[in-house]
Design a protein around this ligand. Structure first.
Ligand SMILES: C[S@@+](CC[C@H](N)C(=O)[O-])C[C@H]1O[C@@H](n2cnc3c(N)ncnc32)[C@H](O)[C@@H]1O
Length: 323
């Protein structure tokens, strides 16, 4: 009927509803607690983070050890194909909180100690906005579109079911309408780096988990950038990985093709693309359906595929041929 959430740090010690479902957590509470070095609410925050959904419909889901079933086989291929290179420029696209990127860097680093590693995500920040005259707090994603509203014990998202949680569903729509003029004004007048217009208070949170923050801070060969997979990359890479992002369920075929052409434009001849999707196993753990492509002067050579291969292999071939 009504789904309560967590809007203050103390609430993190009761992260489940009465019927045992995970509660939604206000993004500001979640990020502040997760990035706190004490790590008290590590698991609670990680799980809540992975349920966040961005305004383009893509979720933040990730998991430690998610690619364990294929990582060793992929490393063998990388070793064989790229062994001659004295430096390896790698880009991991759409990394969410960075969990799997941190693991991957650890493995690649043993293979090529000179590796230069970029991890990126487009939805890399959230903005917690207080509009003058309203008691509701809005959480906006990187497109400045609402992903949450919270107040008192309620955390509203646009994805709560009308059938099971009608109060949340209706309240989301009312609050969205109520705040819409103010949030539209904010979108017209403000962007990251600009002074916040009068009538608003904005707090800004980087959507990375503590392990990824530490990796970037401690290692000068690692950097995190904001990057939209639909746009050209900033340099040439010898290895690009994109997992659980360029899927048919998220993007129509012409957008997939466009993104893959951008990737090809930044992949060195002879460079590798690893692309795939995770499937949850019924009894826990994950299976990775993925493919490895080598960029050739005439197109794409599929070097290997695991667990049925990537569902967008045909798009990779078409994109690499036409670029
Ligand atoms: C399901 S997560 C995958 C995380 C990680 N790659 C993994 O497999 O564990 C998808 C990520 O893609 C990001 N994303 C969505 N649209 C994007 C875009 N246009 N460009 C780059 N990243 C995007 C989301 O913010 C999210 O963090």
């Amino acid at each position: 009927m009504i789904r309560l959430g967590v809007t203050c740090r103390e609430g993190l010690s009761r992260p489940k509803t009465l019927i045992g479902l995970q509660k939604d957590i206000a993004a500001s509470v979640l990020m502040a607690a997760w990035q706190d070095p004490s790590g008290t609410y590590d698991d609670v925050c990680r799980q809540a983070f992975h349920r966040l959904k961005m305004s383009n419909g893509v979720v933040k889901t990730s998991a430690p050890g998610r690619f364990d079933d294929v990582d060793d086989k992929l490393l063998n291929i990388i070793d064989k194909e790229l062994r001659g290179l004295c430096s390896l420029a790698v880009h991991d696209l759409g990394v969410s909180d960075g969990t799997t990127a941190v693991e991957w860097f650890g493995r690649l680093d043993t293979l090529a100690p000179e590796i230069v590693f970029t991890l990126s995500d487009y939805y890399d920040r959230c903005y917690v906005v207080q509009c003058e005259g309203s008691r509701w707090t809005a959480v906006l994603d990187a497109e400045l579109l609402p992903m949450q509203f919270f107040r008192g014990p309620l955390v509203l998202t646009p994805h709560q079911s009308a059938l099971y949680y009608p109060v949340n569903w209706v309240t989301w729509r009312l609050v969205a309408r109520l705040l819409s003029p103010a949030l539209q004004r904010l979108r017209r007048q403000w962007g990251p780096g600009l002074p916040v217009p009068r009538g608003f208070a904005v707090d800004d949170y980087l959507l990375l988990g503590p392990e990824a923050l530490k990796l970037v801070a401690d290692n000068e060969r690692v950097r995190f950038v904001r990057h939209d997979v639909m746009k050209p990359l900033d340099r040439e890479y010898s290895l690009i990985r994109v997992m659980n992002l360029l899927n048919l369920g998220y993007f129509p075929s012409e957008r997939l093709l466009g993104a893959l052409q951008m990737i090809r434009n930044s992949l060195a001849d002879g460079g590798l693309l690893i692309i795939g999707r995770s499937m949850a196993r019924p009894n826990g753990g994950w299976t990775t359906a993925c493919s490895v492509f080598k960029a050739t002067t005439t197109g794409a050579e599929e070097l290997a595929s695991f667990n049925g291969g990537s569902e967008v292999s045909e798009f990779v071939r078409r994109a690499f041929q036409s670029t």
